[in-house]
Design a protein around this ligand. Structure first.
Ligand SMILES: NC(=O)c1ccc[n+]([C@@H]2O[C@H](COP(=O)([O-])OP(=O)(O)OC[C@H]3O[C@@H](n4cnc5c(N)ncnc54)[C@H](O)[C@@H]3O)[C@@H](O)[C@H]2O)c1
Length: 342
C-alpha cells in the first residue's frame, strides 16, 4: 500500500500517520501538506529516520503537484485530511475554505479517476448535518450546514458522491465528531482553553455554554478512518463518533479542575455566529461499528491526559501562541470581548 495522506502535518492527519504506521509497518506514507498556520512538521516528529515516509509541501488544489506526486510515488490510496478546519475563521473569511475544501477535493477526485487510485477516503465532519435537537444523525440524514466551513465540507462531500455516481471513482466519506487530543492547534476549544488557563488568562464561553458536542479522541478518529480505508465500501458514508455528548460548560469544568483554575477566569461572551451556532451535534456510528471499529479511549481520562500533554509540551505550543497569525486571530475574534487580557 502506497498512501498519500493530505493534511498529514495537521492535527488528525498526523495521528492518522502514526496509526497507519503501527497497523502497516511496510506501507509507504507520503504526506502532502501546504503547511498553513495549522500545519506543523513537529506533529510528524515520530517519523524522523523512517525511510518509508516522505513529506512534500504543496496544495491539494494544485493539479501539477498532486498528479506529479501520485505519478512519481506510485500512489495506490489517498486519504484526504487537508482542509481549512476552523469554523470561527470561516466566519471572518471563507475564501480559503472554498478553495481547499471544495476545489481541493475536486482536484483529488480528478486525480483519483485519472490514475485509477484503488481507494480515496474523504475525511469530513458531522457538522455537515447541521444541528439536531434530539436523537442522532445517521449517514442518511440530510445535509444542512450552517457555517461557511460546514458548507464547504458539504460541498466536498457532494463532489465525492457525484464522482462515485458518475465515474465509479472508489471514494468513501467519513464524518467525524468534535475531536480532541495532543497536537491540536490551540484555536479549538480544548487546547485554546487549556493553554490560556495554564497561563492564568481569561477564556471566552459563548452564551451560557450549554451547547452540546459529541467528542472523540484523535486516535479513535484516526483508527476509524483506517477502518474505512481498509474495509469501507466505495460510495458509502461512515460516521465516526463516540456517542460521548458533553455541554461546553462541562468541558470547561474539567479544564478548570485540571489546570487548578476557577470560574472567575471564564467570561461569557455573545456568540458572533448569531443563528449559525449549532446547538447540538450527535450522530450514530453504528454503521462503522458494524465493520468492527470501536473507540478505545475513555473521555474523562483522556481529556485530563490531553491537558497534561499541553502542560508538558509548552515547547510545542508556545511558539504557536507567540506567532503573528495566532495573535491576530485572537485579537480580531476575541479582542472586543476579552479586552486587554489576550
Ligand atoms: N478537528 C475536528 O474536530 C474535526 C472533526 C471532524 C472532522 N474534521 C476534519 O478532519 C480533517 C482534519 O482536521 P484537523 O482538525 O486535523 O485540521 P487541521 O487544521 O489541524 O489540519 C489541516 C491540515 O491541512 C493542511 N492544509 C490546509 N489547506 C491545505 C491545502 N490547500 N493543501 C494541502 N494541505 C492543506 C494544513 O497545513 C494542516 O496541516 C479536516 O478535513 C476536518 O474538516 C475535523
Amino acid at each position: 500500500m502506497r498512501v498519500l495522506v493530505t493534511g498529514g502535518a495537521g492535527f488528525i492527519g498526523s495521528h492518522f500517520c502514526r496509526v497507519l504506521r503501527r497497523a502497516h509497518p511496510d506501507a509507504r506514507i507520503v504526506v502532502l501538506d501546504a503547511l498553513t498556520y495549522a500545519g506543523n512538521l513537529r506533529n510528524l516528529e515520530d517519523f524522523e529516520g523512517d525511510g518509508n515516509f516522505a513529506f512534500h509541501p504543496g496544495k491539494i488544489q494544485d493539479r501539477t503537484v498532486v498528479e506529479g506526486l501520485i505519478r512519481c510515488e506510485s500512489i495506490t490510496h489517498i486519504v484526504d485530511f487537508a482542509a481549512e478546519s476552523h469554523n470561527d475563521r470561516s466566519i471572518q473569511n471563507s475564501a480559503e475554505f472554498i478553495e481547499t475544501n471544495v476545489l481541493g477535493v475536486y482536484t483529488l477526485l480528478e486525480a483519483t479517476r485519472r490514475f485509477r487510485i484503488e481507494k480515496y477516503v474523504h475525511v469530513s465532519t458531522d457538522e455537515v448535518y447541521g444541528s439536531i435537537e434530539a436523537g442522532d444523525f445517521t449517514e442518511e440524514s440530510p445535509l444542512e450546514p450552517n457555517t461557511p466551513y460546514s458548507a464547504s465540507k458539504a460541498g466536498g462531500d457532494l463532489l465525492v458522491r457525484a464522482y462515485w455516481k458518475a465515474f465509479a471513482v472508489p471514494a468513501v466519506i467519513t464524518r467525524g465528531g468534535n475531536t480532541y487530543g495532543p497536537y491540536q492547534y490551540p484555536e479549538k476549544l480544548i487546547p485554546f482553553f487549556a493553554t490560556r488557563l495554564l497561563n492564568g488568562k481569561k477564556v471566552p464561553i459563548y452564551g451560557d455554554g450549554t451547547q452540546v458536542r459529541e467528542w472523540i479522541h484523535a486516535e479513535d478518529h484516526a483508527n476509524g478512518v483506517l477502518e474505512v480505508l481498509e474495509k469501507g465500501q466505495a460510495g458509502e458514508v461512515y460516521n465516526i463518533g463516540d456517542e460521548n455528548e458533553r455541554q461546553n460548560r462541562q468541558i470547561v469544568e474539567i479544564l478548570l479542575e485540571e489546570t487548578g483554575r476557577t470560574w472567575d477566569l471564564v467570561k461569557s461572551i455573545p456568540d458572533p455566529r448569531r443563528n449559525a451556532h449549532d446547538r447540538r451535534y450527535s450522530m450514530s456510528a453504528a454503521k462503522l461499528r458494524n465493520l468492527g471499529w470501536r473507540p478505545e479511549k475513555t473521555f474523562e481520562e483522556e481529556i485530563r491526559r490531553t491537558v497534561r500533554w499541553y502542560a508538558e509540551r509548552r515547547d510545542w505550543w508556545e511558539p504557536i501562541v507567540r506567532s503573528e497569525d495566532y495573535q491576530s486571530f485572537v485579537r480580531a475574534y476575541y479582542g472586543p470581548s476579552l479586552g486587554e487580557d489576550l
